[in-house]
Design a protein around this ligand. Structure first.
Ligand SMILES: *[C@@H]1O[C@H](CO)[C@@H](O)[C@H](O)[C@H]1NC(C)=O
Ligand SMILES: *[C@@H]1O[C@H](CO)[C@@H](O)[C@H](O)[C@H]1NC(C)=O
Ligand SMILES: *[C@@H]1O[C@H](CO)[C@@H](O)[C@H](O)[C@H]1NC(C)=O
Ligand SMILES: *[C@@H]1O[C@H](CO)[C@@H](O)[C@H](O)[C@H]1NC(C)=O
Length: 438
């Protein structure tokens, strides 16, 4: 199929065709959760496995850290825009299970226990996520859940946990990996508690065999396909490239209840330029990605905060139609992505991959968008990023000239106007920056 193909028109047409042909959606995990991509905060990329609280009291993995993040999620407006899950990653556990074989938190770093932490997080109107591993040990060497799926699921449920990130380190055989992910899903269901199930199944499986996404979606609410994100443009680029190259096999499977997870947002940290942060936010919205920030909410620039809290971008990410976007084309370091939205609208991202020189202008016809339907007979275009700007009305023969900074992205929302293709085009009442009607 043509989504990754080079030619413009060919790509646009083939893509539309693929969407029509593969329109049937696989059934999602039946737990009523993650109807739109999950939003929250996850400690890993920023805080890793820091366990020495004497030396790093403010950044070690401790109940203090999660309580502080929960406080800030409420007081600084994160909860209001949709970030809801405060999530613990690896390194929360004690090195041994308790005398009843249950997982237990490190007693020094989580002296009040996870039940208390969950109560605290819930008292703020938020939800708590925790971490486990399908194998005998977690990635950092703490106890894994192999042979304990039912017990661990029940322990998490007893504690009041709302999300489980289930890693796949030390998974044994491929059979053990798949059976483990399936069994944990069933074990979570048996507890009767609503727990979002975040898997890394296809990422580990892919090392040996092509994942069966129909099956994965039946058992998981979201799933990681590719390596961990880190705080650098190279990482963001490689995730986007991987996603675009594999879009024919992963885009159509995404939908309410089941999402591809390109990993955490690293906006507000150290490694990305402003334009690169715009790119991550815009493209994570296009990809219908779960939005787990991994940053320090105690120290974040107003600019990064405004980007992460941008309601128009979040609305694209959370669009109720629940279709994942895809790359339409890549030419001369310029990439055009789009995502179908509810009501026949489209989100469109223009990304400049050139890492030398200044802003580049990408010119394209609106007929490339939405397989020719996005602006037919007419559309209004709103620029969402880098800044909010009204681009006015266009029609199906408009040309757009979009200027994009190196490694940056311009994100647009295109809303179709009028219903019968072939109507007279509306007048171009639009002003600066974009396009004239030909
Ligand atoms: C468990 O699965 C059943 C059937 O698939 C579903 O109806 C039910 O809501 C699930 N329960 C939970 C807690 O996820
Ligand atoms: C875990 O360890 C047991 C005992 O050594 C072994 O039988 C089992 O295959 C291991 N499981 C995985 C997933 O590696
Ligand atoms: C998964 O559950 C089935 C049924 O209870 C059991 O036979 C199997 O050993 C389990 N597999 C793993 C890897 O725990
Ligand atoms: C993938 O899994 C589904 C659901 O379990 C199954 O019906 C289908 O046959 C599997 N596909 C392949 C290629 O194994």
């Amino acid at each position: 199929m043509g989504r990754a193909a080079g030619s413009w028109r060919g790509a646009a047409l083939a893509c539309g065709l693929a969407l029509l042909v593969l329109g049937g959606r696989a059934a999602a995990l039946d737990n009523g959760l993650a109807r739109t991509p999950t939003m929250g905060w996850l400690h890993w990329e920023r805080f890793l496995c820091s366990t020495d609280c004497a030396r790093e009291p403010l950044s070690c993995i401790s109940e203090q850290l999660f309580m502080q993040m929960a406080d800030l999620m409420v007081s600084d407006g994160w909860k209001d825009v949709g970030y809801e899950y405060v999530c613990i990653d690896d390194c929360w556990m004690s090195t041994t299970r308790d005398d009843q074989d249950r997982l237990q938190p490190d007693p020094e770093r989580f002296p009040s226990g996870i039940r208390k932490l969950a109560d605290y997080v819930h008292s703020k109107g938020l939800k708590l996520g925790i971490y486990g591993d399908v194998g005998n040990k977690t990635c950092a060497g703490f106890p894994g859940s192999y042979g304990h799926y039912d017990l661990d699921a029940q322990t998490f449920a007893d504690w009041g946990v709302d999300l489980l990130k289930f890693d796949g380190c030390n998974f044994g055989t491929l059979n053990q990996l798949s059976e483990g992910y399936r069994n944990m899903s069933l074990a979570l269901n048996k507890t009767g508690r609503s727990i979002v199930y975040s898997c890394e199944w296809p990422f580990y499986m892919r090392l040996l065999q092509k994942p069966n996404y129909t099956e994965i979606k039946h058992y998981c609410n979201h799933w990681r396909n590719f390596v961990d994100v880190y705080d650098a443009w190279n990482s963001i680029k490689s995730i986007l490239d991987w996603t675009a190259v594999h879009q024919d096999s992963i885009v159509d499977i995404a939908g309410p209840g089941g999402w591809n997870d390109p990993d955490m947002l690293v906006i507000g940290n150290f490694g990305l330029s402003w334009d690169q942060q715009l790119t991550q936010m815009a493209l994570w919205a296009i990809m219908a990605a779960p939005l787990f920030m991994s940053n320090d909410l105690r120290h974040i620039s107003p600019q990064a905060k405004a980007l992460l809290q941008n309601k128009d971008v979040i609305a694209i990410n959370q669009d109720p139609l629940g279709k994942q976007g895809y790359r339409i084309t890549k030419e001369n370091n310029l990439e055009l992505w789009e995502r179908p939205l509810a009501g026949g609208a489209y989100a469109v991202a223009v990304l400049n991959r050139q890492e030398i020189g200044g802003p580049q202008t990408f010119s394209f016809s609106t007929s490339f968008l939405g397989n020719g339907l996005a602006c037919n007979p007419a559309c209004s275009i709103q620029q969402i990023l880098p800044t909010s700007e009204d681009w006015g009305l266009h029609n199906w023969v408009s040309f757009l000239n979009v200027e994009v900074n190196p490694t940056g992205t311009v994100l647009l929302k295109v809303v179709v106007i009028g219903e019968s293709p072939g109507e007279m085009p509306l007048m171009n009442i639009h002003k600066k920056k974009s396009p004239d009607i030909l």
